[in-house]
Design a protein around this ligand. Structure first.
Ligand SMILES: Cc1cc2nc3c(=O)[nH]c(=O)nc-3n(C[C@H](O)[C@H](O)[C@H](O)COP(=O)(O)OP(=O)(O)OC[C@H]3O[C@@H](n4cnc5c(N)ncnc54)[C@H](O)[C@@H]3O)c2cc1C
Length: 401
């Protein structure tokens, strides 16, 4: 098995490093989930999305006719890992046009929808920013129990209900919304549909939910008689549950490159820090506990990379990975948690101060990761849910409930 990268992939990594040196401020550590929190960070991230699109990187693995470059999933994975390593924001077009809404539209959307929405995402336009409306106050892991309902009335859907934890809803132009459409007698899984909803529609109210570090990532979104054209149904009515099984593969997989790049960047920073920091007259890099901890992290980060290449290769050859995306998500969560914990042990009290404090070490990278990893392990399916899926589809275990 040959794991070496092709020349074009090696040069891509170099080009991304050059782009980051030129475009990203040295002390920049905001990306993915928290770039939408502050207006100035958001404006900067959007400007980077546009530049990534101009370079042909943003959705390089999409077909040319929708604004991509026909690149392989493997090459896109190389890009995603390197971009995250260098801290480049603006990769996802909300949560997440590039990662799962675009690929899902290519699978289940009709040609009009693809032509209408994909180029906006691919070009890095503010009109290509999406949010995902799945979770509700009483439906998270038990997604089939959602209550938000769309009823056909005078040639439109009329939507009523509430979503929660909707990342980026305050920035998004469009919502990828899961609703109930089937009659109340129908099996829950056979009565869900996916609608594309214009976030500017009358009847939508977005209310911020600040997370524990004060970031505005999540929102509550209320739908009060929101009218949606029938043409905004994605795929088949009442088949949304089955369509989402595939969308969730894209969603879970899309966390991988980001998680790998972030963890590898922290690992490399910690290795440098350990080599430069002395305690009791010698560098802490000589301390066996610290060395072993870093070595464990390095092995796990390498495993994640192999998993990412494996699933990307399977997608390139037309296989349909299922449990692998849950495996990658669970591994990515594990790696992010472990590297954050290693960082807090190595930095000691310095990791407790605020990111912009003069006492912060490594530019606040560890504090940030320490605050972010629990959320990562919940979004797109909690660790327990990913393990349930691995148990069922990899090991053939019976359902847990
Ligand atoms: C950072 C972040 C971003 C998010 N962004 C979005 C978004 O953009 N759009 C959106 O729709 N949602 C979003 N979410 C919500 C997320 O999808 C849900 O929080 C998640 O699905 C879990 O649902 P819940 O919070 O209702 O917890 P619950 O489902 O109530 O779970 C609570 C606990 O019980 C465990 N549990 C539940 N069922 C089982 C089971 N069968 N077996 C074993 N353990 C179980 C869970 O693992 C968890 O530990 C986001 C969440 C986070 C943290």
């Amino acid at each position: 098995m040959d794991f070496s990268l092709e020349q074009s992939e090696v040069s891509l990594k170099e080009d991304i490093r050059g782009f980051a040196e030129q475009e990203i401020p040295h002390n920049w550590i905001v990306n993915f989930l928290d770039e939408e929190s502050r207006d100035e960070d958001w404006a900067f991230s959007l400007s980077i999305s546009r530049k990534l699109a101009q370079k042909g990187w943003l959705v390089m693995n999409w077909p040319k006719k929708y604004g991509g470059c026909d690149a392989s999933w493997v090459k896109y994975t190389v890009f995603a890992m390197a971009a995250a390593y260098y801290g480049i924001p603006g990769l996802s077009m909300g949560v997440s046009g590039t990662g799962w809404i675009g690929p899902s539209l290519m699978l289940y959307g009709n040609e009009d929808q693809r032509q209408r929405y994909l180029p906006e995402i691919a070009s890095g336009s503010p009109d290509g920013i999406w949010c995902t409306g799945y979770s509700e106050p009483n439906s998270g892991s038990d997604f089939a129990s959602i209550k938000t309902r769309a009823v056909r009335q005078s040639g439109e859907y009329v939507v009523n209900g509430q979503k929660i934890w909707t990342s980026c809803a305050h920035r998004a132009r469009w919502c990828w919304l899961a609703v109930k459409t089937g009659d109340s007698e129908a099996r829950a899984q056979d009565s869900i549909s996916i609608l594309i909803v214009d976030m500017r529609s009358p009847g939508i109210t977005v209310k911020p939910l600040l997370n524990y570090s004060g970031e505005h990532i999540f929102n509550e979104v209320f739908f009060d008689d929101v009218r949606v054209p029938l043409g905004n149904l994605v795929g088949e009515e009442n088949r949304g549950w089955y369509q989402l099984m595939k969308s969730l593969v894209y969603e879970r997989n899309s966390f991988g490159g980001q998680s790998y790049g972030t963890s590898k960047r922290i690992l490399d920073s910690l290795v440098r820090y350990a080599g430069e920091t002395c305690r009791a007259g010698k560098t802490i890099a000589k301390d066996p506990v610290i060395r072993h901890r870093l070595a464990e992290n390095a092995v796990e980060i390498d495993i994640l990379k192999m998993f990412l290449y494996e699933i990307a290769w399977k997608m390139d050859v037309g296989m349909a990975p299922l449990y692998e995306s849950s495996r990658n998500k669970a591994m990515a969560d594990h790696v992010l948690e472990k590297i954050a914990l290693t960082g807090t042990e190595i930095l000691g009290s310095s990791c407790q101060v605020a990111q912009r404090s003069k006492m912060a070490r490594l530019n606040g990278l560890i504090q940030r990761q320490y605050l972010m990893f629990p959320g990562n392990a919940i979004a797109a399916g909690t660790d327990e849910i990913e393990k349930n899926i691995i148990g069922k589809f990899k090991l053939g275990l019976p359902r847990s409930y």
